[in-house]
Design a protein around this ligand. Structure first.
Ligand code: PLP
Length: 394
């Protein structure tokens, strides 16, 4: 069956979103591994490390002794209060626990935020390159996606000037920004973030801040400090998750900090869409918030991987790596080898047994020149992959 609009008249047009090509690479890599091949996985955006020990223990205990049920749609009160303390400790920002909303991963947060803020046909801006699910979720909800290309001279950030221009052509209802971003790991400086939020507020454009990679930042190497959008405005929606820094992808738990005017609408939507986030994951998440020391070790392992890739990738022709201020990705220009990274990634998987992600998912205009290398795995995997790629390419 062909994919694309109207390929099947019995399915909705809104469901015909682009496939996530990275998942195709992953599926082939998994199949090869099942057939006995040893694959180095640099294609997945999930930590190799497990959830912190205290989180796993708390979940095991609950499973043994406790009732696991629905919680309030907004989540367990103790977790919401703990997250309010986390915001104060981490950013010196005071938020009322009533504005903290627990979600089934940040993915559910996007749907709730979009439904709460926007109506069908509204225009919402995102950055290119960027995380492809934004585009797909927005489209499937009947929203118009406006992709704003970012550039090296702006440190790969959407600028107030760009937003103003796009808004003048036809008004935007909102914008979603991730800092650090996927696939680049690049962060907005606090000043750039502040200016963009001010500009959006002046124009009446709602600002959604995806802060899922917070905590995974490398200020000691980059000098770029982490800032939450809440430092600059109470009107933004902040979306975050336990998936990345807390190594809890499969637990499906995240959180939002909502502006007061959205609290009730998000609650009503969530009651019907999700009922609540899984209670066991909420309990585990609360314990994860107290595991800084263990999680710092994980972050330091990424810092070492980051350094290794920054040194070694250019030597084998993957150059002009975008600034890796955070997250666990190196997004590199591969034009020394190819202009079709989709095909190149396929061949590299087949022949060198290294799985990486082609850029097309993240940037439909320029992604065919880029590859994303995830360094969320262990250092041994990074070294093995670098050696295999070198042998394959030379
Ligand atoms: C930028 C970004 N936001 C959100 C997500 C979704 O994460 P989750 O639903 O596990 O919280 C991802 C996953 O890779 C991501 O890279």
């Amino acid at each position: 069956m062909t994919e694309g609009p109207n390929a099947n008249h019995f399915l909705s047009i809104r469901s015909q979103v682009e496939p996530f090509h990275a998942m195709d690479v992953l599926a082939s890599a998994n199949q090869m591994q099942k057939n006995g091949a040893e694959i180095d996985f640099l294609c997945v955006g999930q930590p190799a490390a497990q959830a912190p020990l205290a989180a796993r223990r708390a979940a095991a205990e609950l499973m043994e002794n406790g009732a696991i049920g629905y919680t309030d749609a907004a989540g367990r009160r103790d977790l919401r209060e703990r997250l309010a303390v986390h915001m104060l400790d981490t950013y010196n920002v005071t938020v009322d626990a009533d504005r903290v909303f627990i979600t089934t991963g940040s993915s559910a947060g996007f749907t709730l935020a979009f439904l709460s803020l926007f109506d069908v046909g509204d225009r919402v801006a995102i950055a290119a390159p960027g995380y492809p699910a934004y585009r797909n979720i927005l489209k499937s909800l009947g929203l118009e996606v406006i992709e704003i290309e970012t550039h090296g001279e702006d440190r790969w950030a959407v600028t107030p000037h760009q937003v103003t221009q796009v808004h003048r052509e036809k008004p935007l209802a909102g914008i979603l920004i991730a800092s650090p971003a996927n696939p680049t790991g690049t962060m907005m400086t606090p000043k750039a973030l502040h200016e963009l939020i001010d500009c959006c507020e002046d124009l009446g454009v709602r600002f959604i801040s995806d802060e899922i990679y917070h905590g995974l930042t490398y200020a000691e190497a980059t000098g770029v400090e982490e800032a939450t959008a809440l430092q600059y405005s109470d009107k933004v929606i902040v979306i975050n998750s336990f998936s990345k820094y807390y190594c809890m992808t499969g637990w499906r738990v995240g959180w939002m900090i909502l502006p007061q005017d959205c609290v009730r609408s998000v609650e009503r939507l969530s009651q019907s869409l999700y009922i609540s986030a899984p209670e066991m994951s909420q309990v585990a998440a609360m314990h994860a918030l107290d595991c800084q020391r263990e999680l710092e070790q994980v972050r330091l392992s990424y810092l070492a991987n980051r350094q290794l890739l920054l040194e070694e990738l250019p030597k084998i022709g993957f150059e002009k790596i975008l600034p890796i201020d955070g997250a666990f990705y190196a997004y590199a220009d591969a034009t020394r080898h190819t202009n079709d990274t989709m095909e190149f990634a396929r061949q590299m998987l087949d022949q060198a047994h290294v799985a990486v992600t082609p850029g097309l998912d993240f940037d439909q205009g320029r992604g065919h020149r880029y590859l994303r290398f995830s360094f969320a795995g262990d250092t041994k995997t990074m070294k093995s992959a670098l050696q295999r790629m070198k042998d394959w390419l030379t």
